[in-house]
Design a protein around this ligand. Structure first.
Ligand code: HEC
Ligand code: HEC
Length: 346
């Protein structure tokens, strides 16, 4: 018995000590730059500064099916780069065994600048976010402990953790930090619109696009504000509640009646690529979204004031307004971002 224990403890010691001690730390910091037209970051970059290997590790995790119970559903399965990291063609997310969720997959971009995550702001820290999809039974359906066990067994992961972090440990903290490093670097800031506001080449707007920007500033920018195109608040934009889903939005987090049917104001960056729209993916086109804002607003107690001014419901939008708005929204597509190989699946 004594012998058995000592053998076991040797195996234990052996498997715990980084058997790649000769592996030299060659990691280098990555240069995170705030685009000139962006506000300050929310994410604490000093607490978790992105590095070359930390980023590579985060990327490997993002595209690894091991994070799910069936070994197939990675983060990238639902967040596809070519559609700004949304799940193309799916109204609702579907993960493990084709089980369907109840919300539309939002894009991942500019996460370092965001105060809250998911449609109802279930968490406000990017590092804690991955617990949600990993443990969600309709998304990745796995336990965090199992995920870490699988990662620990993998030689390549062991080396990456050793190189990326001071303590070299394969633990939850470093797992989350690596995923955040990858997502923090995912900055979309080179659309035609960005080049226009920064006076860069290829940033000329047509008359129609300029008109669209003006209409946007007048009618939409109170909520879709700053160059992130969101004020990070939760609002009821007048969608008639989907009675089948009965999704109360922000009220699910705060429990407050006054938050019923409020959802996070989404960024509109790359919006031309991310249909279907809204938290439940109910609209298949931008035209349908604009028709809703002009004629489809539902007057519930929590409806946002911006959408009921002088007692008239919705936003007055002429056919011309709608056409120029769509031309403008198309300028928010960032081809560099959706083709950037740093973020691509291998
Ligand atoms: C089964 C599909 C699916 C998988 C797998 C998935 N996501 Fe998501 N993701 C979603 C959906 C749906 C939401 C919105 C959830 C909500 O509002 O409740 C979301 C939201 C997000 C957000 C918040 C975006 C925002 O603007 O608020 C981030 C960040 C994100 N996911 C990253 C990840 C990461 C990292 C992983 C892997 C650990 C992952 N996702 C796995 C479907 C998925
Ligand atoms: C009162 C604040 C407010 C105003 C004004 C507003 N929006 Fe929104 N917008 C929201 C909220 C909140 C959502 C998310 C609603 C949901 O899914 O439940 C949203 C969602 C959207 C979406 C869907 C994005 C996606 O990824 O699914 C588009 C597109 C959009 N708005 C465009 C516009 C345009 C264009 C205007 C001006 C004509 C406008 N919005 C005015 C608050 C607003």
């Amino acid at each position: 018995m004594v012998r058995l224990i000592s053998v076991l403890s040797i195996i234990f010691l052996f498997s715990c000590s980084p058997d790649n001690e000769e592996y030299v730390k060659v990691d280098k910091p990555l240069n995170f730059q705030i685009p000139a037209n962006f506000p300050a970051t929310v994410y604490d970059l000093e607490a978790n500064p992105p590095t070359e290997i930390g980023f590579e590790l985060g990327k490997k995790l993002f595209y690894d099916g091991k994070l799910s119970s069936n070994g197939v559903i990675s983060c990238g399965f639902c967040h596809e780069q070519k559609t700004a990291f949304t799940h193309h063609g799916h109204q609702f997310s579907h993960g493990i065994e084709g089980r369907e969720g109840t919300r539309n997959t939002p894009s991942i971009q500019n996460a370092a600048f965001m105060k809250a995550f998911t449609w109802d702001g279930a968490t406000n820290h990017l590092d804690l976010f991955p617990i949600i999809p990993i443990t969600n039974e309709v998304e990745m359906g796995e336990t965090m402990t199992n995920v870490l066990e699988k990662i620990k067994e993998d030689k390549e992961y062991q080396q990456l953790f050793t190189s990326a972090f001071e303590d070299g440990e394969v633990n939850f903290e470093n797992f989350f930090k690596a995923l955040s490093q990858f997502m923090v670097m995912m900055v979309s800031s080179n659309s035609k619109y960005d080049k226009y506001v920064r006076n860069e080449i290829n940033g000329e707007f047509s008359e129609e696009e300029k008109q669209g920007l003006l209409v946007f500033q007048e009618k939409c920018a109170s909520c879709h504000s700053t160059d992130l195109f969101t004020d990070d608040s939760f609002r009821n934009n007048g969608l008639p509640p989907n009675l089948k889903l009965d999704d109360f939005g922000r009220a699910l987090v705060t429990g407050a009646e006054s938050d019923k049917y409020k959802f996070k104001v989404p960024s509109l960056r790359n919006v031309a690529l991310t249909e279907p729209y809204m938290h439940d993916g109910r609209f298949g086109s931008l035209e349908a979204v604009l028709d809703f804002y002009s004629d489809g607003i539902s007057d519930l107690p929590t409806l946002d004031k911006e959408l009921k001014k002088e007692n008239s419901l919705g936003l007055a939008l002429s056919t011309t307004d709608k056409n120029v708005l769509i031309a403008f929204l198309n300028t928010l597509t960032d081809e560099e971002y959706i083709n950037d190989e740093r973020f691509s699946e291998y």
